[in-house]
Design a protein. Structure first.
Length: 139
């Protein structure tokens, strides 16, 4: 068995590696894009490699931000709030896809299951989720 202090330290290291991975990935993206386009740009324009690196970095970062903005507007990603929900479900607000399709489908499934199996705990949980969902639907 690991102690809580060791678990905490290992989790912090894991988190740091994940955060560093994002930054390193961004640096590799920039170097890859600049590495591909630098010879072509230098062939047509007499620009130094450092200028191409700076310009390529800015263009790559803007492209990534643009893709992220479009991704957010179309809501193509899932909120990473699983830990918040596990700790306190009342602070979680479902995305439209969850609010309109996933959660009601789960409620209907629970009601169908309740008809087959009489379970007090499941009935209570289904009722709580229905009340919680009404808060976001405005019913």
């Amino acid at each position: 068995m690991m102690s809580e202090k060791l678990k905490s330290w290992l989790f912090k290291q894991y988190w740091r590696i994940n955060q560093a991975r994002n930054v390193i990935s961004l640096i590799f993206w920039i170097l890859m894009v600049v590495g591909i386009w630098a010879p072509l740009i230098q062939r047509y324009f007499k620009i130094s490699t450092l200028t191409i690196l700076a310009g390529g970095s800015i263009v790559t970062l803007l492209l990534i931000l643009l893709i992220g903005y479009i991704w957010d507007k179309l809501q193509l990603w899932r909120y990473e709030s699983a830990q918040i929900v596990k700790r306190n479900i009342s602070v979680y607000e479902p995305v439209p896809k969850e609010r309109d399709y996933t959660i009601p489908l789960s409620i209907y499934s629970s009601k169908a299951l309740l008809k087959l199996v009489k379970d007090k705990k499941l009935a209570e949980q289904t009722k709580k989720v229905e009340e919680w969902l009404k808060k976001f639907k405005g019913d």
